[in-house]
Design a protein around this ligand. Structure first.
Ligand code: PLP
Length: 422
């Protein structure tokens, strides 16, 4: 995407703005699809970016959907994902959520506790339906190599591996819920392909264990994903080729031994991060006690991720100046901040940029995942930014920015009742 096109979108739709490049989205999906074992289905985790147009584009490329809330389920359906290509996860699914899954006729509910299976059994009975369920297992093994580990720790997610062996009677005794699959998700932001491959082997081993407990072959195994992208200068991107060939070795024999089993990898960040830019405008550039601040119209209220995910030392997302500048222009160190009245609203610290002037546009790259919906968009009442998708060279609005009216419409003014002074 050319800077001129992004600037044009910023002029037309205003800032702060998220811009998604449809060509990059497609490109990432196709590249990965081409590398993965043909028996592995790719499901898009809407949590990473729940915009309906993003989902629709990935659906058009062949992705299924992994959803975790009623709104995400609706989004996937609106995006045209076939119900049989949707799975629904989440540790706290209540009866209305489970009923929505049953009504929609999705591929499977990923059940995270025995309580949930019991609740689903009642709901399926009431609906006169048989409902597919996959068990989410919390593996006993800890998964190293992830920035956010899941396995081998006390977690609210899934059922502990150690509980599975003793649960055969209960699972086989369900009459309206058909436990037909396994799900495991061992962490996020893996940049080491070896770790992903090891995890996949581990999940496939668990799958054989669950099949033995159930006394029948599994129909679906979702071995997770958590493929990362490099954000910071101390990180490098996954080696896709090595990942794909290692996964082939892990998945190939399992797929051959289980010809009827559907294999799924669920990916959020990896599919969308690279396709998104967060575009902001410098409102003021000023010095304070020897440091220079570029104060912008958008900040961590839309891009909390840029604060530095779980880092002790502040690291900067890739950020560039969009406004034109000479290539050999001298560079300066800037702190890039947003509109919030808190010093933590810091998008980049001591980042080297050509001279920035008020009115200039800046873009944070690799921002397509965990943007506005993972940020405190309501803090100070600025609301969610506009989102644009560039399709065939033309920027199209895929979410309008919140207005003051949108933000305030749900509040109710209760007039204070005068009370006599005490
Ligand atoms: C968050 C999450 C995902 C998506 O993770 P990414 O790191 O964005 O790929 C997938 N599955 C589960 C269970 C999750 O919690």
């Amino acid at each position: 995407m050319h800077d001129a096109l992004i600037s044009e979108a910023a002029e037309h739709f205003g800032t702060p703005l998220y811009v998604y490049d449809a060509d990059v989205l497609r490109g990432t999906y196709r590249r990965l699809r081409g590398l993965l074992h043909p028996r592995v289905d790719v499901f898009y985790s809407l949590k990473a970016n729940p915009n309906v147009s993003v989902s629709a584009l990935l659906r058009a490329e062949g992705a299924g959907a992994e959803v975790c809330s009623p709104a995400e389920l609706r989004t996937a359906l609106d995006a045209g994902v076939a119900p049989d290509d949707i799975i629904y996860l989440g540790p706290a699914k209540d009866a209305p959520q489970l009923r929505a899954c049953v009504r929609a006729g999705i591929h499977a509910v990923v059940c995270e506790s025995f309580d949930e299976l019991t609740l689903l059994e009642g709901i399926a009975d009431e609906a006169g339906r048989t409902v597919n369920a996959m068990l989410r297992i919390n593996p006993a093994q800890r998964a190293p190599g992830s920035a956010l580990t899941m396995g081998g720790k006390p977690r609210q997610f899934g059922i502990d591996e150690s509980e599975v062996a003793g649960a055969g009677g209960f699972l086989r005794g369900l009459r309206h819920v058909r436990v037909m699959g396994l799900h495991a998700y061992l962490g996020s932001r893996f940049l080491d392909h070896e770790a992903i491959i090891r995890n996949t082997r581990e999940v496939l081993r668990l799958a054989d264990e669950l099949a033995a407990v159930l006394g029948r072959p599994l129909e679906t195994v979702d071995f997770g994903g958590g493929f990362g992208v490099a954000y910071f200068d101390n990180e490098t991107d996954l080696d896709e080729e090595a990942l794909a060939s290692g996964l082939d070795e892990a998945v190939g024999p399992y797929a051959a031994a289980h010809p009827q089993c559907r294999l799924i990898t669920e990916l959020g960040r990896y599919l969308v991060a690279d396709a998104g830019l967060y575009v902001i405008r410098a409102v003021s550039v000023k010095d304070s006690l020897g440091e220079t601040f570029v104060v912008c119209d958008g900040g961590t209220n839309h891009h909390m991720h840029a604060v530095g995910i779980g880092q002790l030392v502040k690291r900067n997302f890739p950020l560039r100046l969009l406004s034109p500048y000479e290539h050999d222009a001298p560079r300066h160190l800037y702190n890039v901040t947003g509109p919030l009245c808190t010093p933590t609203d810091l998008l980049a610290k001591k980042i080297s940029l050509p001279r920035v002037r008020p009115g200039d546009l800046l873009a944070i790259e690799r921002s397509g995942a965990y943007g506005p919906t993972a940020s405190p968009v309501h803090f100070l009442g600025f609301g969610a930014p506009a989102e644009v998708m560039v399709l065939n060279g033309s920027p199209q609005l895929v979410r309008s920015r919140d207005t003051v009216e949108d933000l305030l419409s749900r509040q109710r003014l209760v007039e204070p009742v005068p009370t006599p002074p005490t």
